[in-house]
Design a protein around this ligand. Structure first.
Ligand SMILES: NC(=O)c1ccc[n+]([C@@H]2O[C@H](COP(=O)([O-])OP(=O)(O)OC[C@H]3O[C@@H](n4cnc5c(N)ncnc54)[C@H](OP(=O)(O)O)[C@@H]3O)[C@@H](O)[C@H]2O)c1
Length: 180
């Protein structure tokens, strides 16, 4: 069996936000990428089996003016939705309850490597020490407020550096592995 891993791949502002005060993501495209250079996402995505995202992130993705971007199972954490809206029924399912139970269900369905997405969601996984790797791409902008990537934790958690690289001569992408 492939080893079970929960992985984060996310972009943050210099001051640690993943969306601006209006939930906007325009700042993510502030760095010109004329040749549509892949910023590591494709390789990361090829390495995962399924996604777990928070309801807010799910709704953001639903609002994108493009085709549904995932061809892997998506589990949406929500205590307020009973199911995803009709157009997305084939694409995503709602899960709730303790993360251990949610992960058990996903593992039993045969998925080992999980992409965890959304601020509150990443924070909840971290609180239970359920994140194995964090790839954070830092964009050189101070948003001054918005949706934070990180929050309070019950205790200190150490990570080790796996790799760091400069993208488009503007962003820094750093991969950390949880040190256990
Ligand atoms: N910069 C980036 O790379 C990036 C990546 C992803 C997202 N984003 C942005 O970040 C924002 C979303 O992040 P966010 O921090 O607001 O929230 P989020 O993690 O996407 O969603 C939070 C919601 O998820 C549900 N949830 C989380 N844990 C749960 C649990 N254990 N059980 C049941 N429900 C649970 C709750 O939904 P209910 O209220 O329904 O219970 C909660 O309100 C969006 O603006 C998105 O565009 C940016």
């Amino acid at each position: 069996m492939m080893s079970r891993k929960n992985l984060v791949f996310i972009a943050q502002s210099l001051d640690g936000y993943i969306a601006d005060r209006n939930g906007g993501l325009e700042w993510l495209s502030a760095v010109p990428n004329p040749d549509q250079q892949d910023l590591g996402y494709e390789t990361f995505y090829q390495g995962i089996d399924a996604l777990v995202m928070g309801r807010n992130t799910f709704e953001t993705v639903c609002g994108f003016e493009m085709e549904w971007p995932y061809d892997k199972p998506v589990y949406v954490l929500s205590s307020t939705l009973d199911s995803v809206p009709e157009p997305f029924l084939e694409k995503a399912k709602v899960v709730r309850g303790p993360l251990s139970g949610v992960l058990d269900r996903i593992h039993r369905a045969g998925y080992s490597r999980i992409y965890v997405d959304g601020g509150v969601t990443v924070q909840q996984f971290l609180k239970e020490d359920l994140i194995d790797e964090l790839t954070v791409t830092t964009i050189p902008v101070l948003l001054g407020g918005g949706t934070p990537l990180f929050g309070e934790l019950p205790e200190k958690m150490e990570f080790e550096l796996v790799e760091s690289r400069v993208l488009l001569n503007a962003m820094v992408q750093t991969r950390y592995r949880r040190k256990r």
